[in-house]
Write a protein that binds this ligand. Structure first.
Ligand code: AMP
Length: 187
């Protein structure tokens, strides 16, 4: 399995990606998680990423692309991966194409979780109350949705045109959405 999982911030893609990777025995590669652990450890990469993340902006492509290239070349990922949160820009799509070509690999599918904006903003505001994440003020939450719409939503068409897109309704509890994903995947 070599899959991408896409969806706007708050759609639950991280949770579903972890479950899917476990079921499929695939490496779960979340660019957000890798950035967050680098921020926690205050590595050079973390110091570069932190300001962008706190503002709800994307980390520059050249930083993100290099990080993903390293990760995809590791043994577990060469067998199977679920890429979560990458690519997020058209430039990252091109870069991912060339990374996979170099590795002699290609995508099998792109799973897209569909959730409307009102539902998402409600979910994220609720999460902000409990988590206290620095990127969870209402202003940043709204900005992250706008950045997604401008930069990442166009990727859905790109993968749709390639015949790779599998769209799944992301509204409902975690188990319900997992079940829908399971049913929608090719076997
Ligand atoms: P996530 O947990 O996937 O929502 O990612 C958290 C934050 O990490 C994002 O808001 C971005 O600042 C950064 N990030 C994660 N993935 C990418 C990516 N593919 N390109 C640029 N920035 C990213």
């Amino acid at each position: 399995m070599r899959f991408l999982i896409m969806g706007p911030p708050g759609a639950g893609k991280g949770t579903q990606a972890v479950r899917l990777a476990e079921r499929a025995g695939a490496a779960h590669i979340s660019t957000g998680d890798i950035f967050r652990s680098n921020v926690a450890e205050q590595t050079e990469l973390g110091k570069t990423a932190q300001g962008f993340m706190d503002a709800g902006e994307y980390v520059p492509d050249e930083v993100t692309n290099a990080m993903v290239k390293d990760r995809l070349a590791q043994d577990d990922a060469l067998k199977a991966f679920i890429l979560d949160g990458y690519p997020r820009t058209l430039d990252q799509v091109d870069k991912l194409d060339s990374i996979l070509e170099e590795l002699g690999s290609e995508l099998n599918g792109v799973l897209s979780l569909v959730v409307n904006k009102e539902e998402l903003i409600g979910r994220l505001l609720k999460r902000a109350e409990t988590s206290g994440r620095a990127d969870d003020t209402e202003e940043v939450i709204r900005h992250r949705q706008d950045v997604y719409t401008a930069e990442t939503a166009p990727l859905i068409k790109v993968y749709g045109d390639r015949g790779l897109l599998i769209e799944v309704d992301g509204i409902g509890d975690v188990d319900e959405v997992s079940e829908r994903i399971e049913k929608a995947l090719p076997r």
